[in-house]
Structure formats: structure tokens, C-alpha cells
Design a protein around this ligand. Structure first.
Ligand code: 1GP
Length: 244
């Protein structure tokens, strides 16, 4: 079964949760310890990546450690072509569609394509839409941020991604955002597209996870919260709130 089939099977039964771990923020060993807690709390898959400090070495080590500790799929969530891991189960082949930097829209993807084909890692195409506040990825990604209230622009980008053949859309508020993507924006995008909708950035409470889920997110991503959370009950509450 491919990772995409695994995801599609799961979301056919309702929203799922993915845990994002940044290989630059902790050792592979510590990432695996967090991953086990998240697995026990019900997470469905792991994404690994970050805006800065990612190397093929820390990616490989983190991917292998999480896979060995949990047996769940590990998906690379890349910030660029400078580091690509052959140890992940799949990678999002993504375009930051509202970047002013053409490298992040298509050039990096072109640059990496022959290598990615050669190593044979599964790819899942994704339109990545960075919204306010955008945080680090908004800055590094030179995003023309979608304004919090500008639902029409978010919907237009998302539908444009679908019509261009992308397999997933990701609405991103930015890691550590004060306010996650609004439920109004999630709902409006979900109503217009038929590909799975991933939502992340600033989701750190059960209430925020439930709000995103009820608004129509198919995949809810939490990163900062799981990396910081030392309370297993709270971890379980947030992850289970994100799921069906
Ligand atoms: C970042 O959307 C993800 O790409 C996760 O954000 O770190 O705020 O959970 P947080």
C-alpha cells in the first residue's frame, strides 16, 4: 500500500491527525520518543521537516528512528531541494503557490525531480498556501500571505491547485501561529475542492483541533504543541480531538 492509499483509506472514515517533527529541533532519539507518545495518543502519520537547519543527515536519522519506533508512515515535508531523504516513506512534492520566489513555486521542484525519481521515493503533489500570520515559513518562503479574512483568495488558490492536478491542498497559518486558520476559511475551501485538505499552524488545544475538524479539514497537523507538550493527557486530548 502506498502512503497516499493509507491516507485516503483513513480519511474516507473521517479526519486524521499528523504529527510534524522538526529534525533541527531535537535529536532523532528524542523525536522517536515524542513519536511513540503521539502514536499512543492516536496520531496517524508523521511529517518531518522545518524551515531552517534541515540536512539529509538529520532527516535520514529522524525518519529511521521514527519508523523503527512507531511503524507509522513518515512523510518528508520539504523546505527546499538542499536536503532530500531516501529513508522516508513518501514526500510531499509541494509548491508554495503564493510565494513571490519562483524557486519555491517550481524551480526547486524541477531541480530535484531527477534525483527524486532516481531514489524512488513516493511523491504526493501538494499545493501549499501560506496564510496570515505566516510565521517563519511566510518569511523564508517570501509568501504573499493570504489575509486572514480573504476567503476568496484562499479558495481561488486551493481550487487552482486542484485544477492543476495537485493531490492535496495545505492551508498553513505558520508554525507557532497565534491564531490557526479560521473555520470560515477552512469551510469555504473544503466546500469548493474535492481533494483532501490539510490544515496546520497554531493548533495547540482540543478546541482548536475540533474547530478545524468540524470546519472540514481532512488532515490536522500539529508540530509545536507536540514538541513542547509534557502532559500525556493533554497530548491525547488534542490528537483525539483532531480525529473522527
Ligand atoms: C507547520 O502547520 C505546521 O508547518 C504545524 O504548525 O507548529 O503551529 O503546530 P504548528
Amino acid at each position: 500500500m502506498t502512503v497516499k492509499e493509507y491516507i485516503m483509506d483513513k480519511i474516507a472514515n473521517g479526519p486524521i491527525h499528523m504529527t510534524l517533527l522538526d529534525p533541527d529541533k531535537q535529536s532523532a532519539e528524542d523525536a522517536a520518543k515524542i513519536a511513540v507518545k503521539c502514536k499512543n495518543a492516536g496520531t496517524d502519520a508523521f511529517m518531518i521537516g522545518g524551515s531552517t537547519g534541515i540536512t539529509t543527515e538529520n532527516l535520514d536519522e529522524t525518519a529511521l528512528a521514527i519508523k523503527e519506533a512507531t511503524g507509522l508512515p513518515v512523510i518528508y515535508f520539504p523546505a527546499g531541494p538542499h536536503a532530500i531523504s531516501s529513508k522516508v516513506d513518501a514526500m510531499f512534492y509541494m509548491s508554495l503557490v503564493n510565494s513571490n520566489d519562483l524557486n519555491l513555486v517550481i524551480r526547486a521542484q524541477a531541480f530535484a525531480s531527477l534525483y527524486v525519481k532516481k531514489i524512488g521515493v513516493e511523491t504526493m503533489s501538494m499545493g501549499y498556501i501560506v496564510c496570515e500570520p505566516g510565521m517563519k515559513v511566510g518569511e523564508v518562503g517570501q509568501a504573499d500571505l493570504v489575509k486572514r479574512g480573504d476567503i476568496k483568495t484562499a479558495v481561488s488558490y486551493a481550487l487552482g491547485c486542484e485544477l492543476m492536478g495537485m493531490e492535496f491542498v495545505y492551508l498553513e497559518a505558520g508554525s507557532g501561529a497565534d491564531e490557526p486558520i479560521s473555520p470560515e476559511m477552512i469551510k469555504a475551501v473544503k466546500d469548493e475542492i474535492s481533494i483532501p485538505l490539510i490544515v496546520g499552524g497554531g493548533i495547540s488545544t482540543p478546541e482548536a483541533a475540533i474547530t478545524a475538524k468540524l470546519a472540514g479539514a481532512d488532515v490536522i497537523v500539529t508540530g509545536t504543541f507536540v514538541e513542547r507538550c509534557r502532559d500525556d493527557n493533554m497530548l491525547r486530548n488534542v490528537i483525539s480531538a483532531a480525529k473522527n
